[in-house]
Ligand binder design. Structure first.
Ligand code: ZN
Length: 87
C-alpha cells in the first residue's frame, strides 16, 4: 500500500499533498523512516541542508526570506537521529 508522497511545491515550499509548510509532518515521518531503514541519518541531513539552501534562494528571489523564520529549524534541526536517547 503506497502512501501519497509529500513533495515540496516550489518556489513556495508548501507540501503538494497536504498544503502544509514543507517538510510537513508526513514528509518528516517518511524521511526519518527511510533514514532509520537505511541507517543513514547523515545522508538525510546532507539532503536537508541542500534543500534548505535551495529554499533559501527561492525565498530570497520571492522576497519572503525574512518571513520564513528559522530555516535551519524548519528544514534540518528536526532530523536529529535518536542516538541521544540510546545512551
Ligand atoms: Zn504533506
Amino acid at each position: 500500500m503506497t502512501q501519497p508522497e509529500h513533495h515540496p511545491g516550489r518556489p513556495h515550499w508548501h507540501c503538494t499533498t497536504c498544503g502544509d509548510r514543507w517538510p510537513c509532518a508526513s514528509a518528516r515521518r517518511r524521511m526519518l523512516a527511510m533514514a532509520d531503514a537505511n541507517g543513514n541519518h547523515a545522508a538525510l541531513r546532507l539532503y536537508l541542508l541542500a534543500t534548505q539552501a535551495e529554499a533559501e534562494s527561492d525565498f530570497e528571489a520571492l522576497g519572503t526570506l525574512k518571513e520564513q523564520g528559522d530555516l535551519h529549524d524548519r528544514f534540518v534541526a528536526w532530523a536529529t537521529p535518536p542516538t541521544a536517547s540510546r545512551g
